[in-house]
Design a protein. Structure first.
Length: 447
């Protein structure tokens, strides 16, 4: 337990907190995963389902997390312990474990973005112009030294920011990285939608195709929503724990969810118009980002610059999320085990890096598959499709049934600010969210 003498760190300003929380939410999930999920799952039909899930269940669970964290002023495990105890801290525990797992493979893919940023200037575009972007990607991910080196560089940067603390580390960096990310996104959108033939891409991206919508699509939207909003694992509990008692929680939850959804949606406006304008087949999965897009950039005048800018965008998105994942783990070791921030940051950062090495090696076939999935995909599946939804169910049930009075007080700042959606929020947490998550979870849980 913390000794209580040292004052807990706090966000310097509301803006700083919003940028940090949005930074956590906006990540590889938005730019790397969302667009191809839309393309593969019925275009506009998926977008509608996604929006519905995010702005009912997503915002509600985020608000619940903020309330738990700010009330207790502790990490995910400590918060449940302090508010209720019993078996509830296990929910926080699951979150800390998810933090370790997600960051382990996240750091790998984020490392690729750094590598590709540099490669944009050192031959990637020329290779892509010869139609060999796929071979280049294959060669890169099968090169153990390369992938581990870039993963290590990325993890070191993540460790550095978290080591600097909440106000002068995470907040400080997010405050310029997030506006930078938006600016780059806008520049890339303008470039992409003004290409000749961009309209076909917009059609592929957004034209609703309800024939593709089945049970699995709801699971995909929900899993993606949870992952994208950084929910279900105590990330927003941890960030909420550094919030001042004066902050208004509901508007913060809506703002963060809105920013996250905007970036995901806008990323598709960068990718698909460009892909279709140059008549490239839109690939699926990581291939879309690391194979298809370099081929697209190769066809643009100034391709190197566009490519570097795009991968820099991905890197910014990734690092502001990675620091939040590490912070969940660091906050736990700090609050509960009394470790200092430097000790927790370095040791946990190193452990997570090592945990990620099998993921880093898995795409090159250096690591056996796990039941037919690459190791990286298996870790992604377990954390995103199992741990996060389970966490979401328990967090909703906790505020809806176990700690409702306390949660209501926390959300209204002790009855001093109105919250018009209280009844809706309560019933979403009590019934809608747990039932929807459980239903979708069980019906669509396919390995
Ligand atoms: N939200 C991040 C993304 O979309 C990933 C993330 C998940 C970060 C969970 C923190 C916690 O990439």
């Amino acid at each position: 337990m913390s000794n209580g003498i040292e004052q807990r760190e706090q966000w310097g300003s509301r803006m700083g907190f919003i940028f940090a929380a949005a930074g956590s939410a906006v990540g590889l999930g938005n730019i790397w995963k969302f667009p191809y999920m839309v393309g593969a799952n019925g275009g506009g039909a998926f977008v509608v389902i996604y929006l519905a899930i995010v702005f009912t269940i997503g915002v509600s669970v985020m608000l619940a997390e903020f309330a738990i964290g700010r009330n207790a002023g502790l990490n995910a495990v400590g918060s449940f312990k302090k508010i209720k105890g019993g078996a509830w801290p296990l929910v926080g525990w699951m979150g800390v474990i998810a933090g370790f797992l997600i960051l382990s493979f996240y750091g790998v893919v984020a490392g690729w973005t750094l590598a590709y940023m540099v490669k944009s200037f050192t031959g990637l575009i020329a290779i892509a112009a010869e139609g060999k972007a796929g071979d280049a990607f294959g060669a890169f991910v099968s090169n153990p030294t390369q992938v581990i080196l870039w993963q290590a560089i990325f993890m070191l940067m993540t460790i550095w920011i978290v080591y600097k603390g909440i106000g002068s580390g995470i907040e400080q960096y997010c405050k310029w990285m997030m506006p930078g990310l938006f600016l780059i996104l806008l520049i890339l959108i303008v470039r992409s939608v003004t290409l000749e033939g961009a309209g076909k891409g917009l059609e592929f991206y957004l034209k609703p195709d309800f024939s593709k919508v089945h049970g699995g699509v709801f699971l995909a939207a929900l899993g993606q929503g949870f992952f994208s909003l950084s929910l279900g694992m105590g990330c927003m509990i941890t960030y909420g724990s550094y919030l001042s008692k004066k902050e208004v929680l509901p508007s913060a939850a809506v703002t963060v969810s809105f920013l996250d959804t905007c970036v995901a949606f806008l990323a598709g406006l960068v990718i698909f118009p460009a892909v279709f304008a140059f008549g490239v087949e839109p690939g699926a999965g990581p291939g879309l980002t690391f194979i298809t897009l370099p081929s697209v950039f190769a066809k643009m005048p100034g391709g190197m610059i566009w490519s570097a800018l795009f991968f820099f965008l991905l890197f910014l998105a990734a690092i502001t999320s990675a620091i939040s994942l590490l912070e969940v783990c660091v906050a736990y070791f700090k609050d509960e085990l009394g470790w200092s921030r430097p000790k927790a940051t370095w040791i946990l950062g190193l452990v997570i890096f090592l945990l990620g090495v099998p993921s880093a090696l898995s795409l090159g076939g250096h690591i056996p598959q796990v039941a037919g999935k690459d190791f990286l995909d298996a870790v992604d599946f377990v954390s995103s499709n199992v741990l996060l939804p389970l966490g979401g169910i328990f967090i909703s049930l906790f505020v809806g049934w176990v700690w409702l009075d306390g949660a209501e007080k926390e959300i209204t700042n002790n009855g001093t600010i109105p919250f018009g959606f209280m009844t809706a929020w309560v019933w979403i947490c009590r019934i809608v969210a747990p039932v929807a998550i459980a239903y979708i979870f069980f019906s669509g849980l396919k390995w």
